[in-house]
Design a protein around this ligand. Structure first.
Ligand code: HEC
Ligand code: HEC
Ligand code: HEC
Ligand code: HEC
Ligand code: HEC
Length: 435
């Protein structure tokens, strides 16, 4: 009888020890289980030299003479021309080409001499001005000085107009453009002067519809293949290594559909949305025992005909964070990953290069404790088109202001613009379980 009582008490004791031990262990595990926070991968996308599958380069012979630096002065316009024909002002071209003018006016080509450029050039040497304007405002009429001498043909308004119609379409007052069978020159009548087409017609050249036309400015060449054997910008060379190039889908097909001139790119929400596919997988929402919040956000390049993004300046930011009842993000719960190529301010080191060729993906894998105040989980894709400029302008305006006595105000404006250009390209919010 006594022995039975002892066994019963022993048994009960063990049960109590197991229950409390178990509870303590559960607390201990919960307190000490640390989910893995996402770390930006130090991926370095390979040099193009290593990708040998590519289409042949287009013929750039004619273009070498077409895109000189600077584009030579046009000289005297033919005497019989009217004032609108004999003008370099894009608005005058717009009198007869309104569709191209309206679209171009909103394009980044028209902003080629915006505050970010002018802020740097006001305090730069003539040599540096020439180097930059070669692509941003390439006509000699846009250069304040030529070979060290004041330029009598300098037109300040034209300089501010950036990369104008004339920069791509006009040499020695001759208009060049894609061949157009539906706009033939009128036939001359024997013995009489031929009826005249505006600006005496134009010269058609197929190179306008070839991707190589854009290479002139969108691939940087020379001695600056310094970083991991990659140029800062080599969009044409990237394109050459895609299936788009093999299928003859050109820069113009995507960026100038039907000859449209707004040249949309990374700054345009809908254009960027059409180029990427986003998948969110919300696996565990932190409701149960030992269950952290787990989610994966994946971006795939499904419509960009080169690396996404192609330049070193944009950053695509994947974000997941927990949100409280009032809709505010909860501090400490945010994790993010970056698609882009980040190079240091002196362009001498590459932190990472996670840019995506067509069909390549990047994933942010989220794992975190559920915060007691968490009501929702927010996943989104932000686009910061001018991220590297924001970093540079910040250093210049805050630490090196004395280097920019003339340009400082413009650089401050450019800094603000570079922050304001950010936008959300994709977002999804889900409720997460109560703890
Ligand atoms: C007085 C009206 C007028 C003005 C001003 C004018 N154009 Fe034209 N342009 C025409 C007409 C008409 C044609 C032939 C029909 C067409 O293709 O639109 C033409 C043709 C062209 C073409 C060839 C189009 C093709 O199909 O390949 C280009 C390029 C061009 N113009 C550029 C310019 C530029 C650049 C300016 C300003 C510097 C300008 N034009 C000013 C009327 C004008
Ligand atoms: C003469 C040089 C030049 C040529 C030729 C040229 N571009 Fe550009 N492009 C530029 C410059 C400079 C900028 C940046 C302008 C600025 O400062 O805002 C630019 C900007 C752009 C952008 C905007 C990028 C963004 O950030 O959103 C797109 C898209 C673009 N170009 C496409 C093209 C395509 C397509 C072609 C060929 C049909 C072409 N460009 C030909 C010089 C050029
Ligand atoms: C070989 C052509 C080329 C040269 C030379 C060049 N750029 Fe650009 N620049 C571009 C292109 C193309 C873009 C747009 C790139 C894109 O979005 O992919 C651009 C964009 C920019 C932008 C951002 C757009 C803006 O207007 O704020 C700034 C700032 C800029 N360049 C400054 C300069 C400066 C300063 C120089 C001279 C040191 C220079 N660039 C020389 C082609 C060139
Ligand atoms: C960055 C270079 C660039 C600039 C700047 C530019 N164009 Fe063009 N333009 C082109 C190219 C390239 C084509 C051929 C597009 C194609 O074949 O798909 C073209 C085509 C044209 C055509 C032929 C008809 C058509 O739409 O296909 C006209 C007309 C024309 N441009 C007028 C203008 C006018 C006017 C301006 C200024 C308001 C201008 N362009 C600015 C590159 C440029
Ligand atoms: C299959 C369609 C497609 C083709 C072909 C294509 N692009 Fe793009 N491009 C895009 C899309 C979509 C974006 C926006 C997403 C991005 O920026 O990566 C873009 C962005 C850009 C930008 C913005 C800057 C950046 O860093 O991304 C420039 C400049 C540009 N393209 C130039 C070119 C040039 C030059 C060519 C030809 C050599 C070309 N593109 C061919 C679709 C295309």
């Amino acid at each position: 009888m006594r022995q039975q009582m002892e066994r019963l008490i022993n048994g009960l004791l063990w049960i109590i020890i197991l229950i409390f031990g178990g509870l303590a262990l559960k607390d201990w595990v919960e307190d000490n289980y640390v989910p893995d926070a996402f770390v930006q991968p130090e991926t370095h996308a390979p040099s193009l030299v290593k990708i040998t599958q590519k289409v042949d380069r287009g013929d750039e012979g004619w273009l070498q003479n077409h895109f000189q630096a600077p584009i030579p002065l046009q000289g005297e316009a033919p005497e019989h021309w009217t004032e609108v024909e004999a003008s370099l002002d894009p608005a005058q071209c717009g009198v007869c080409h309104p569709a191209q003018y309206q679209a171009w006016k909103e394009s980044w080509h028209a902003m080629g001499m915006g505050p970010g450029l002018m802020g740097q050039l006001l305090d730069a040497s003539e040599n540096a001005v020439g180097q930059c304007q070669r692509c941003h405002a390439p006509n000699a009429e846009q250069y304040p000085t030529l070979s060290g001498e004041e330029n009598p043909h300098f037109d300040e308004d034209l300089r501010e107009a950036g990369l104008t119609c004339a920069g791509c379409h006009m040499r020695d007052w001759t208009r060049y453009g894609p061949p157009n069978e539906s706009a033939p020159l009128p036939e001359g009548i024997e013995g009489e002067e031929a009826p005249r087409q505006p600006h005496d017609g134009f010269v058609g050249n197929e190179v306008y519809s070839d991707s190589i036309f854009c290479e002139s400015c969108h691939d940087f060449r020379g001695n600056d293949r310094e970083l991991k054997d990659k140029y800062l910008q080599e969009t044409y060379e990237e394109w050459r290594r895609t299936q788009y190039a093999a299928d003859d889908v050109t820069c113009q097909n995507c960026h100038m559909p039907d000859g449209e001139h707004s040249f949309k790119g990374i700054h345009d929400l809908e254009f960027v949305q059409a180029g990427m596919t986003v998948d969110a997988e919300l696996r565990a929402l932190g409701a149960g025992f030992m269950e952290p919040v787990m989610a994966t956000l994946t971006v795939t390049n499904t419509g960009v005909g080169h690396r996404m993004p192609t330049y070193t300046t944009p950053r695509i930011v994947l974000v997941i964070e927990q949100i409280d009842e009032s809709g505010e993000p909860i501090e400490g719960t945010r994790q993010e990953g970056f698609i882009g190529r980040e190079v240091g301010p002196m362009l001498d080191n590459e932190a990472y290069d996670t840019r995506l060729f067509p069909e390549e993906s990047f994933s942010l894998v989220y794992e975190a404790d559920r915060h007691p105040n968490a009501a929702n989980l927010d996943a989104r894709v932000e686009v910061w088109p001018d991220e590297a400029y924001t970093r540079a302008y910040r250093i210049w305006t805050e630490k090196r202001a004395e280097d920019f006595p003339k340009g400082l105000l413009l650089l401050e404006e450019a800094l603000q613009n570079s922050i304001d250009s950010r936008y959300i390209a994709w977002e999804q919010t889900v409720t997460i379980g109560a703890s």
